[in-house]
Design a binder for this molecule. Structure first.
Ligand SMILES: Cc1ncc(COP(=O)(O)O)c(C=O)c1O
Length: 403
């Protein structure tokens, strides 16, 4: 297939109704449970913009690779092939300037699973897991599920931007029980791409106190100019010796349901500890379709991704322009990376749950509610931007009516 002539279609919504899509099914379920929502004018026309996956057609090369893999007629256990390792290594070199060896890669069905393995492998019950709220919920919920203590190094919000509180991080990292930091870069939900200087300061503090860093870089391919993703792995070796760097094609190429991630752990003892823990959790080999799709994503779908980034950034500009001019009561936070827009509804003066209910009943919009991201998220809603423009225009029109 000639990528140059390929006209990717981001303007038409893929109907995921009846396909078990988590965000669409859960919106329908919530609507059914609420009498007022059920009888509202939008009950049959919900807009589910919560969970971070996209409603665009996949890259045709990935679809082709899945069809080809399915035609083999045997879906047995599969180990990562040479072609797979080469694709991952080449992608990380081309797009992120990283030089890695295939022996440093460990696998996991997803980054959340990798976070579970890392917390279990490198901390004990009761130890502290540092997170930087507001942040993707499984960062804190995984710690709690595993009987660890959540230590919040809260991000500082100034105007419509955030920064890391390094003094607080130093204090918290120095606590004896603090064993691991789950770091999000680019950061979900605030859309920040941390700078090299930020990373160096985080790494300097964590290496000083022996805190292991899990750097979740699942959104690393979705970064908008002039910002550039800096991988934690690109830091000097002495600063990132204890790092676990989580990469994955799942967000970039919308293949979250295939469940694969590539985890870089250079230190052999740590890597063994991580892999052993993944075995204890019952993981042994990646999904046979996921490895084929990853090769097609990294080797053949770069053109699709570049067009996607342009489209998403166009959506961001459209949403920002509309809200700034027509709904100035809502504050739009700048998007540096991810396809997730952080919106502040503080001016409504409602609790997160009351606002959620009101917006769902009056507009049929199901955002990812900010309170899910922990402290500091209460007054926000997270909007997924990975939809056709016409879909987001309808959403904005409905939102405007509330004000
Ligand atoms: C920061 C971050 N990490 C991890 C995940 C989920 O990753 P996986 O599906 O690979 O477990 C998400 C999904 O939204 C995410 O935003």
């Amino acid at each position: 297939m000639n990528l140059k002539n390929c006209d990717y279609d981001f303007d038409n919504l893929v109907d995921r109704n009846k396909h078990g899509s988590i965000k669409w099914e859960s919106a329908k379920r919530q609507c059914e449970l609420d009498v007022e929502m059920r009888s509202s004018e939008y009950s049959g026309r919900l807009l589910a913009v919560s969970t971070a996956d996209m409603d665009f057609k996949m890259s045709p090369e990935i679809v082709e690779s899945i069809c080809e893999a399915s035609s083999r007629l045997v879906y047995g256990y599969t180990e990562p092939t040479r072609e797979y390792f080469d694709a991952v290594i080449s992608w990380l070199r081309r797009r992120h300037g990283l030089e890695i060896d295939s022996s440093w890669l460990a696998f996991s069905p997803g980054v959340v699973a990798a976070i579970h393995y890392a917390i279990s492998a490198f901390t004990n019950a009761g130890d502290g897991v540092i997170v930087q709220m507001p942040v993707y919920r499984p960062f804190h919920s995984s710690a709690l599920l595993l009987g660890r203590r959540v230590i919040n190094n809260a991000l500082i919000c100034e105007g419509n931007n955030y920064r890391i509180d390094f003094e607080d991080l130093e204090r918290k990292a120095s606590e004896l029980s603090a064993k691991i930091l789950i770091f999000c870069n680019p950061h979900n939900p605030i859309g920040r791409v941390w700078s090299r200087d930020d990373l160096v300061r985080v790494a300097t503090i964590c290496s000083r106190y022996g805190v292991v860093v899990v750097s979740d870089e699942i959104h690393a391919d979705i970064v908008f100019s002039p910002y550039k993703h800096t991988s934690y792995f690109s830091l000097p070796e002495k600063l990132r010796r204890d790092a676990i760097v989580c990469t994955s094609p799942s967000k970039s190429f919308n293949m979250c349901g295939l469940q694969i991630s590539n985890i870089i752990i250079k230190d052999e003892i740590m890597r063994r500890g991580f892999v052993r823990k993944s075995h204890e959790f019952g993981f042994h080999s990646p999904n046979c379709f996921a490895t084929a799709a990853t090769v097609a994503a990294y080797n053949k779908s770069e053109g699709w991704l570049d067009r996607l980034l342009e489209y998403i950034y166009g959506n961001y500009e459209m949403v920002k322009e509309f809200i700034v001019t027509k709904i100035p009561q809502v504050e739009v936070f700048p998007l540096q990376g991810t396809y997730l827009q952080w919106l502040n509804f503080e001016s409504m003066g409602l609790s997160g749950r009351d606002r959620e209910k009101l917006l769902r009943r009056k507009t049929g919009i199901f955002f990812e509610s900010g309170y899910n991201f922990g402290e500091g998220g209460e007054s926000f809603e997270r909007l997924n931007l990975a939809y056709p423009k016409s879909f987001l225009q309808e959403l904005l029109k409905r939102l405007e009516q509330v004000f």
